[in-house]
Design a binder for this molecule. Sequence first.
Ligand code: HEC
Length: 464
Amino acid sequence: MRQKLIALAALALLPVGLAHAQQADAPAGPTVNGRQFTPPYYVFSPDIPADIVTQNVGAIGLQVYVDNMAWDSFVALNWPAPNPIVERGVPDRENVIGGFTYTTEGGKKTMPTGPVVWETYKDSDDIYLDPPVKPAPFDAAERIPPQCLIQAKENPAAARRTLVRTAKISDVLIGGDKQSDGNRLVDQNGQNVWYEVKLNRVYYDYVVTNKFYDSRNQSGAKIAFPASSNTTDRSATVKVKAAWKVLGGSGSRQPDDATRFYTTDALVFDPATKRCEARKLGLVGLHVVIKTDQLPQWLWATFEQVDNAPTQGQTIPTGAKYNFFNPSCTGCKVNQPPATGSNTPTQVMRVIPLDDVAASKSTIYQTALKTLRPDNVWQYYRLVNAQWAGKGVPIGTPTQPPFLANTTLETYMQSPQQPNGCINCHGKFAGSKDLDFQLFDAYPRKSKQLLDLFRVPGATAMKP
Ligand code: HEC
């Protein structure tokens, strides 16, 4: 309870930089074996934790610490960055997650909610170029596809970034496969969900220093991305994969309540229709992957907006509204990819129920986020779970939990079977690349080879 009080007391003074005060005062935890829980504390800090706080509590008892690290990282990554961005990946320490509110003589003021730190990371598409040449410096502006130049001029706010992926895997894996279009996720308004992969400076520096943006330099190399630890000042490699939905306006079939989403303006370029449009997007899914000393197969934390989809077998509350589920469509096939070119909404359900430990962590953070400001958009996000593997564990074998999926990012691979699950799949197919799939994007590419790995015998659509 003491930790909570400290956090709350500090909160009343200033909502930034609490982590340090709070952590310094935190008593060292007891060394006990077996399942236990930590006090309900939370941290609001723009700094990603260097590692989990380890205690001798066994694999299951450790999960709460991993969940804490997951949520603390989520807070740090969704911390607003200064706008305009000077240096990528740097938080605005004068602000707070969700946007600091304050009262002046002129009335109530609110600092910007975003762009947030991870959004300022480097887009994967700006690192792996064809032909493989050294990418532009980390802080250079994002490339805008030529098809979007007019829209970029007309919509400077949206031009900050362009989203080009409607499938959850890039063209490296889907190239030439006509069925791959079925990998899309379509919301209740018939709109595609858009995906992007963002990489931090440590990732960028590692790839550039080793010239791994050229696939020929990867052959035979021992690939090991830098990890952070509690005992060194090394920074971690951080990777984020996000899923965004187009926010439906008042005229749409199912208008969205924009106050329940973290939103951004962006240009979306559809490779299928070759059209570029400025859109207001709402964040629906976020993968956070961080390499630390204690988590040599990375931390795999995944978050979702709370209205995405119900869980199979649950009673649907009357009047419930979901981003990717229509309660009145009883005959709709569940978790089926759309036919090529079809914009019929995908009927999505969660297959594995939400984890209790992760859910109670989310409640703590959601409540705390609301304390910062009652309309904090981040209170509408939750941790699905965080997967990890301890030291010395064979590659591709998670310690906890055995499987993990996000309804917006692994919609069609939620069942607990191989190779579903983050570490399971990344370890199995990208084990020689330190579980990183982006390295497969490097040119010259061998996309067909990897695609074949994913093809499930007899399946019409590819699995991932
Ligand atoms: C069945 C395979 C599979 C599963 C399961 C899977 N992924 Fe991935 N993941 C991929 C592929 C393939 C890519 C590359 C996609 C691309 O570049 O377009 C990828 C990309 C990523 C990236 C971008 C960085 C990278 O390594 O390429 C992150 C982050 C990520 N996945 C996180 C997760 C998390 C978290 C989970 C579990 C909740 C998960 N993945 C489950 C196959 C999988």
